[in-house]
Design a protein around this ligand. Structure first.
Ligand SMILES: O=c1ccn([C@@H]2O[C@H](COP(=O)(O)O)[C@@H](O)[C@H]2O)c(=O)[nH]1
Length: 290
C-alpha cells in the first residue's frame, strides 16, 4: 500500500464520519438475533454486520476473542470478516490486544500486519505492558505495509487505572514522575512526529476509553492527546455507559482525533441490516451534536 494508514483513515473519516462499530458476536447477541452460538451463527452474524456497515462507516472493529472462542473454525470466520470488510471498503481495526517480547511480537506482527496474511487487518490494538520498545516490530511492519497500530493508553474499564495511573520514577511517597498513561501518550506522539506526514492522523493510534473523560482532566492529558496526532479509539460508548456528551467534554481539544466506538449499543439493533443502519445513523447524529 502506498499511502499511510493515517491518510487512509482521514479520507474514510472525512467521507463517513468518525464512528467505529465493533463486531462482537457475544453469545447473548447471537441468541437475540435468532442464531445458534456456533460457527454457522458466527458467520451469519458477521455477514449481516458487514452488509449493514458497507457505505455507512469509515472503520469497523472485530473483536478477536469472540471468534477465537469457537476455535480454528471461528478464526476462519474472522479471516472471512476481515476479507469482506476489505471488499466493501470499510477499514478494519482488529481488536486483538497483542504484546510480547520482541521476537514473538515480530511473529504477531506478521500475522496481522503483513500483506497477504489471512488475518491481515488495516490496524490492530496492542498492549505496551512488556515495554513500549517491545512493540517495535509491529510499528516497523505497520509502517512498511501502510497499516496502523493502536496502543492501549487509558482503557475504558475501571481496573485499568491501577496500572495506567501509576507513576513512573516517582519518589518513595509516590509523588513526582509521570503516569504510565502520560509516558505512552508521549511515546506515541514522538512516533507520529518522526513518522512525518502532515495530515490530521499519524499511523500510530491510542486506545483511550470514552468513559475516562474525568481521568483525562485529572491527569492533565487533554492537550498532550490533541498534540499527538494519534487517532484515538474510544470504546465504551453505549453499553459501557458513555454518551456523545461524555466524549465531547472528556476529550476537549483532542476531539478531532477521536474515533468513538460502540459494539453492543449498535449490534442490539440487529439482525435486520436496516435496523443496524438506523442505529449507526442515530449514534452518528448524536456524536455530531444533532
Ligand atoms: O479500553 C478498551 C479497549 C477495548 N475495548 C473493547 O471494545 C469493545 C466494547 O464493546 P461494547 O459492547 O461497546 O462495550 C469490546 O470489544 C472491548 O473488548 C473496550 O471496551 N475498552
Amino acid at each position: 500500500m502506498s499511502t499511510t494508514f493515517g491518510d487512509r483513515l482521514e479520507e474514510a473519516v472525512t467521507a463517513y464520519g468518525p464512528l467505529c462499530v465493533g463486531i462482537d458476536p457475544h453469545p447473548q447477541l447471537l441468541h437475540r438475533w435468532g442464531l445458534d452460538d456456533d460457527v454457522e451463527g458466527l458467520r451469519r452474524f458477521g455477514d449481516t454486520v458487514v452488509e449493514a456497515l458497507a457505505g455507512q462507516v469509515a472503520i469497523a472493529k472485530p473483536q478477536s476473542a469472540f471468534f477465537e472462542r469457537h476455535g480454528s473454525a471461528g478464526v476462519a470466520v474472522l479471516e472471512h470478516v476481515l476479507a469482506m470488510l476489505r471488499e466493501v471498503g470499510v477499514l478494519s481495526l482488529l481488536d486483538v490486544k497483542r504484546g510480547d517480547v520482541g521476537s514473538t511480537m515480530a511473529a504477531y506482527a506478521e500475522a496481522y500486519l503483513s500483506d497477504g496474511s489471512p488475518l491481515a487487518a488495516d490496524a490492530i490494538t496492542v498492549s505496551p505492558f512488556l515495554g513500549f520498545g517491545s512493540l517495535a516490530p509491529a510499528f516497523e511492519l505497520a509502517d512498511a505495509t501502510g497499516r496502523g497500530v493502536f496502543v492501549l493508553a487509558m482503557t475504558s474499564n475501571p481496573e485499568g487505572a491501577q496500572v495506567q495511573h501509576a507513576r513512573v520514577a516517582a519518589d518513595a511517597a509516590g509523588e513526582g514522575g509521570v503516569t504510565v498513561a502520560e509516558e505512552i501518550v508521549s511515546a506515541v506522539a514522538e512516533r507520529n512526529a518522526e513518522g512525518g506526514g502532515s495530515g490530521r492522523f499519524g499511523s500510530t493510534g491510542m486506545v483511550v476509553g470514552a468513559t475516562v473523560g474525568k481521568d483525562i482532566a485529572d491527569l492533565g492529558l487533554a492537550q498532550a492527546l490533541a498534540d499527538s496526532r494519534a487517532p484515538l479509539l474510544a470504546p465504551g460508548l453505549g453499553a459501557q455507559g458513555a454518551d456523545a456528551g461524555d466524549i465531547a467534554r472528556g476529550f476537549g481539544p483532542a476531539l478531532p482525533l477521536v474515533l468513538p466506538s460502540s459494539s453492543r449499543g449498535i449490534l442490539a439493533a440487529g439482525p435486520a441490516p436496516a435496523g443496524l443502519r438506523a442505529a449507526v445513523r442515530q449514534q452518528a447524529a448524536e456524536l455530531a451534536g444533532g
